[in-house]
Design a protein around this ligand. Structure first.
Ligand code: F6P
Length: 373
């Protein structure tokens, strides 16, 4: 009896998802004679039993295509929104798994997906995951697919912003994706030669940034590129956030938890528009006109780079191999040019932020880039 496997993509899309689906599917079909079923729109499609045939014909011609042919969503098995209510859909998901007599379910996703996958593994399902996100912040893998493509897009944007900032003697503040980790802003900032790079791992002081920009002007360069991660925070905002997070961690009663959650939501609301606020502050403090460019979803769209296709194919095919060997409850991580199965418990709920002694940070400082601290 051939094995049956399901595949779904969950969380934000990214370039390389189709290459990964193809990698898993082609190896599963051609090498291991498995039956492959796709589930649409992440865990919601799994709950609703919405499927897509992933036969060799469906897997053909998708290597270079951006997004995911399966569709995606940010729905969580335990907190599914149905009819305006939050429902635990775990049982319905297990029912779909059993209905198709699945031997394994492959979940392609980011940090949230790894947590959801661990939950399903704990319910007794054979789960295996792949690490995808342009944020590159999944724990215990060298790298995530989607990151290289997005990094290239953000770097090209910085290149283009340079010439217009230079011509108009302006500050251009460019916002790059990454709420909790600064891999993209840092990588693109270094590769694109940004004058200032701000990442969540290094809270900034706006006075330091303004001083660096004024110094550049005095030196004959009255323009600057400020690459700011979505989640970059000023020192005072970071201190306030730390207090809230400590409160949240200590909260034991339902009321305490609710209050801490509300405080966090309020903080996040106050933080939105941070990039615009920063640009205005810098304009006032330096006397240089400033402009904002928010790269947004352009970073997640389009054709995957060669590096992402290679990575997704490497991880996807290794995944089929592991399923064939009966290895479950793991994420297929990238290790150098190879792969390694990592138990989901060592991935879920953790985040890979940029270490403060990382080579990119050292290099940025050595070429004179201001990191705002
Ligand atoms: O996939 C990660 C990410 O790209 C973050 O960098 C970004 O903040 C987030 O997704 C936004 O995605 P969405 O609006 O689809 O939830």
């Amino acid at each position: 009896m051939p094995k049956s496997i399901g595949i779904l993509t969950s969380g934000g899309d990214c370039p390389g998802l189709n290459a990964a689906i193809r990698g898993v599917g082609k190896a599963a079909h051609s090498k291991f004679n498995m039956r492959v079923i796709g589930f649409r729109d992440g865990f919601r499609g799994l709950m609703e039993n919405r499927t897509m045939t992933l036969d060799p014909a469906a897997l053909s011609g998708i290597l270079t295509v951006g997004g995911t042919i399966l569709g995606t969503s940010r729905d969580k098995p335990q907190k599914m929104q149905i009819g305006g209510k939050e429902i635990d859909a775990t049982d319905a998901i297990i029912a779909t798994y059993e209905k198709h007599h699945l031997d394994a379910l492959v979940c392609l996703g980011g940090g949230g997906t790894q947590k959801n996958a661990l939950h399903l593994k704990q319910q007794g399902l054979n789960i295996i995951t792949l690490p995808k996100t342009i944020d590159n912040d999944i724990f215990n893998t060298d790298v995530c697919f989607g990151f290289d493509t997005a990094l290239g897009i953000a770097t090209e944007a910085i290149d283009r912003l340079h010439s217009t900032a230079h011509s108009h003697h302006r500050i251009v503040v460019v916002e790059i994706m990454g709420h909790r980790a600064g891999w993209m802003a840092l990588g693109a900032g270094v590769a694109g030669g940004a004058d200032v790079i701000l990442i969540p791992e290094i809270p900034y002081r706006v006075e330091k940034i303004a001083e660096a920009i004024r110094e550049r002007s005095r030196g004959g360069s009255p323009f600057s590129i400020v690459a700011v991660a979505e989640g970059a925070v000023s020192k005072s905002d970071a201190d306030a956030l730390q207090v809230i997070e400590q409160r949240k961690a200590k909260a034991s009663s339902k009321t305490d938890k609710k209050q801490a959650k509300a405080a966090l939501a309020k903080w996040e609301q106050g933080h939105s528009g941070n990039t615009w606020r920063l640009a205005k502050q810098l304009e006032e403090m330096t006397g240089l006109e400033s402009r904002v460019t928010i790269l947004g979803y352009v970073q997640r769209g389009g054709t995957p780079s060669a590096a992402d296709r290679l990575l997704a194919t490497r991880l996807g095919t290794a995944c089929a191999d592991l399923i064939n060997d009966g290895v479950f409850g793991v994420m297929v991580a990238s290790r150098g040019q190879g792969t390694a199965p990592v138990p989901l418990g060592q991935v879920a709920g953790r985040r890979k932020t940029v270490p403060l002694d990382h080579g990119w940070i050292k290099a940025a400082r050595l070429v004179g880039t201001t990191l705002g601290d």
